[in-house]
Design a protein around this ligand. Structure first.
Ligand code: HPA
Length: 245
């Protein structure tokens, strides 16, 4: 079953004909909220709001292990993650939709593996952090609905919850990052450890610190507007993906 993880600006899935809500207990604690299951454009789909009801869970406090465990437990096999990010490269203006293909992880102190304690030491391959077939499906769905998206991007995941300094963004750029967000990891690697297909679709909601119109500071009050406008386009892409598969 396809599962959608909604980030900022997506606390429910419009168009989901809800059949049940399930609070799942996991060995890793509680997920961000109950899983919402239902029919979405002819298919069974599951939804989870990453930041919980009312957006109360900060990126570094999300129980990523419980979220993915719960979804797999309830038969999710494929995860599409929706996220918002800052644009580092000059072409990544607010409103741009990105399907990242790589990750650099700058987070720390997050529970980022299931393989600890008594579990056997296991090193998963993470060369391609996003499932190529699922990325291809997202890109095909975007093309089908006439949306231009950035088809490749390196997603730097920072710890947050504060935004970056301008010098930190310069460093991220030197490292090769195109966009910066706070929730890309450890979500992607936990999905890999559980054998779930995983890809992300991200909305650039602001220029990263020190770039473009964020040169003198990020105007956080503008983020909601961009998010609102672009989310409709992201939802259209996801509907097309679901309807065509
Ligand atoms: N930095 C980190 N995370 C973000 C940003 C940003 O500029 N915008 C949205 N999420």
């Amino acid at each position: 079953m396809l599962a959608i993880i909604g980030g900022s600006g997506l606390s429910g899935l419009p168009g989901l004909d809800v059949t049940r809500r399930e609070a799942v207990h996991t060995p890793y604690g509680a997920p961000s909220g109950p899983l919402t299951l239902g029919n979405f454009f002819g298919r069974s789909v599951m939804f989870l709001a990453r930041h919980g009801d009312g957006h109360r869970i900060a990126p570094h406090e999300v129980n990523y292990r419980a979220n993915l465990w719960a979804m797999r437990e309830r038969k999710a096999t494929t995860i599409v993650s929706v996220a918002s990010v800052g644009g580092i490269s000059s072409d990544l203006k607010p409103g741009t939709i990105v399907v990242p293909n790589q990750i650099i992880d700058y987070t720390w102190g997050r529970k980022s593996t299931y393989f600890e304690g008594d579990a056997p030491v296991t090193h998963v391959d993470f060369t391609e952090p996003y499932t190529p077939e699922l990325r291809a499906q997202l890109l095909a769905a975007a093309a089908d609905c006439g949306e231009t998206v950035r088809a490749r991007a390196v997603y730097a995941t920072t710890q947050g919850p504060r935004l970056e300094t301008a010098a930190e963004v310069d460093r991220l750029e030197r490292d090769g990052a195109d966009v910066v967000g706070m929730t890309g990891m450890p979500e992607a690697v936990l999905a890999r450890e559980l054998g779930l297909a995983y890809a992300a679709i991200a909305i650039v909601v602001n220029f990263a610190a020190g770039r473009g119109d964020s040169r003198d500071g990020i105007k956080v009050e503008r983020i909601d507007d961009v998010l609102h406008h672009s989310m409709t386009r992201v939802l259209h892409i996801i509907q097309t993906l679901v309807a065509s598969s």
